[in-house]
Structures are given as structure tokens and as C-alpha cells.
Design a protein around this ligand. Structure first.
Ligand SMILES: [Zn+2]
Length: 281
């Protein structure tokens, strides 16, 4: 899937249990690296939701290939609880390569944030999954021009910006993107405002029909679409992307199950990150 949503470019690939990678090339950020896609290789920052194989297995390629071609060491951002083990993992990978990796690993706790670009920050939010896990929100500091200056010509505003009078701009934080990573539907409730107000929201939706029960979904700490619906109803996003579908489904079956369940209002904002048939086992 390569698409623009809410004026942001996404290059993403996902199949539950096999691999998930969501890239935002304009921010040079990849979230998870179950597949080391060309888009992920070009990203300088890698953010991980958790350590399961289908979310981290491309890490060795990301590190090794970037170094081989003289790209920046980059950095890996993980939930704080994952930090000690990720540091050890990187050390071992460096030993296997015969040279340590210079890639920085940063652990971020809930309520903390790490800078991504001049005005964009990443912050984790709680989810419910096995092992240390987090969803991630990318929040942006937006500067708004006070309405009383709206009628002025652009060149005059540009000049005033050099030394802006007090009150000319106000700032607010907005969530550009929230990505749940793996979680139960219940784990997203009560809905964090980082998630609820995200312009684009990626939600794990592993199971989509009654071929798997709620209990079976819960066993792997995954979401079932029927349980996600009350969550999605509360979201104010311009675009909601369902992803991480189980490989028990063919693409047509996912589309049919989703169509049957979504209200017209939800259907107008929901997108599907569908797997590629050839990736199924
Ligand atoms: Zn997982």
C-alpha cells in the first residue's frame, strides 16, 4: 500500500503473523519492521511497537544493509520496557557482524516523547498485548495564525513573521498518526485522546469474522473486528486503516466481512491495508 492520507504519505505492508512495516517516508520513520521493505531501508528512524517476530524480523537487514551502503546509523525507538533487551540484541547482532553497530537505541516511557523532526514528536500509548508493547502516536506542534491577521497579504505576513507581535500565532499539539501495534480491542479502551483525535489511525484488526471467536482472538491478545467497532465509533480520524489481518483470510473475504460490518459513516473513512496473496503461507 502506497497512499496519501490526511496529506501524509504512507508506504506500508502487513500480514498478521508474517510481517508488518508501516513507513512514513516524509518523516523518514518506519514503525515496525516485520518486512525490511525498500521504503523502510530509506528511513533513518525505526520505531518498534513490540518484539514479536512479525514486527522485528527485518531489523538485521535494516542495520546491515544501511551500513553496507554507507547510510546513517539511524536510531531505534522502543517502549522503555524493551530497552535493555534491545540493547543486548543489537550488541549480539554487532558481534555476529564482527563490528558493533553505532545505531542509537532510545527507550521512551508512557507520558514521555522523543523528537522526530523540528515539529514532530513520537510518544507511546498503552495497549494490551503479550510482552512489552506500546502503540505510538506522532504528534505535531502546529502554529496557527490569529484570525485577525487572516486578510493580510502573504508578503506582509512573511515580513511580520521575522519579528512577530505577541499573539500573532498560537500553538497547539495535534496527533498526525497513531498506530496501535498489536493489541486486544479492550486494550484500547478507555480511548486515549492521542488515539481518538489522530488524523490517521492504524488499528490492528487481526480477525474479521466468526471463523475466530472473541476468546480465540484474546488468546493471542489480538483484536476482533466485531469488538473493535465500538472503539472505531468513538474515533474522530480523517482516515482509519485496518491492518494485520490474519492469513486465514483471503483478500476478498476481508473486504466482504468489513463491508458487512461497517456503518456507511465508518465505511467512508476506513481503508484496508490488505495483504499480498503471495505472502500467505
Ligand atoms: Zn504481536
Amino acid at each position: 500500500m502506497k497512499t496519501r492520507l490526511a496529506n501524509m504519505l504512507f508506504d506500508a505492508k502487513s500480514l498478521g503473523g508474517i510481517g508488518t512495516t508501516i513507513c512514513m517516508p516524509e518523516l523518514s520513520v518506519a514503525v515496525d519492521i516485520g518486512f525490511c521493505t525498500p521504503a523502510a531501508l530509506r528511513c533513518d528512524t525505526l520505531i518498534l511497537t513490540h518484539g514479536h517476530a512479525d514486527h522485528v524480523s527485518g531489523l538485521t537487514t535494516w542495520l546491515g544493509t544501511r551500513r553496507l551502503y554507507g547510510m546513517r546509523p539511524g536510531r531505534i525507538i522502543v517502549p522503555a520496557l524493551m530497552l535493555p533487551v534491545m540493547e543486548r540484541f543489537l550488541e549480539v547482532l554487532g558481534q555476529l557482524q564482527g563490528r558493533p553497530y553505532e545505531t542509537e537505541v532510545i527507550g521512551v516511557d508512557f507520558g514521555e516523547e522523543v523528537q522526530i523532526t523540528k515539529d514532530t514528536f513520537a510518544t507511546p500509548f498503552p495497549v494490551e498485548h503479550s510482552g512489552p508493547s506500546a502503540g505510538w502516536a506522532l504528534i505535531r506542534l502546529v502554529r496557527k495564525l490569529d484570525p485577525k491577521y487572516h486578510g493580510l497579504p502573504g508578503n506582509q505576513i512573511a515580513k511580520m513573521k521575522e519579528n512577530p507581535p505577541e499573539g500573532m500565532f498560537s500553538t497547539k499539539l495535534e496527533t498526525s498518526v497513531a498506530i496501535t501495534g498489536d493489541t486486544t480491542a479492550a486494550g484500547l479502551l478507555p480511548l486515549d485522546s492521542l488515539v481518538k483525535e489522530a488524523k490517521v489511525l492504524f488499528v490492528e484488526s487481526t480477525f474479521v469474522d466468526d471463523r475466530r471467536s472473541f476468546d480465540q482472538a484474546l488468546l493471542g491478545k489480538h483484536s476482533h473486528l466485531d469488538q473493535l467497532l465500538p472503539v472505531l465509533e468513538q474515533v474522530q480520524s480523517e482516515a482509519i486503516v485496518l491492518y494485520h489481518f490474519s492469513q486465514i483470510y483471503r483478500v476478498g473475504e476481508i473486504e466482504a466481512a468489513v463491508k458487512e460490518r461497517l456503518t456507511d459513516k465508518l465505511a467512508s473513512v476506513v481503508h484496508l491495508l490488505l495483504p499480498q496473496e503471495g505472502d500467505r503461507l
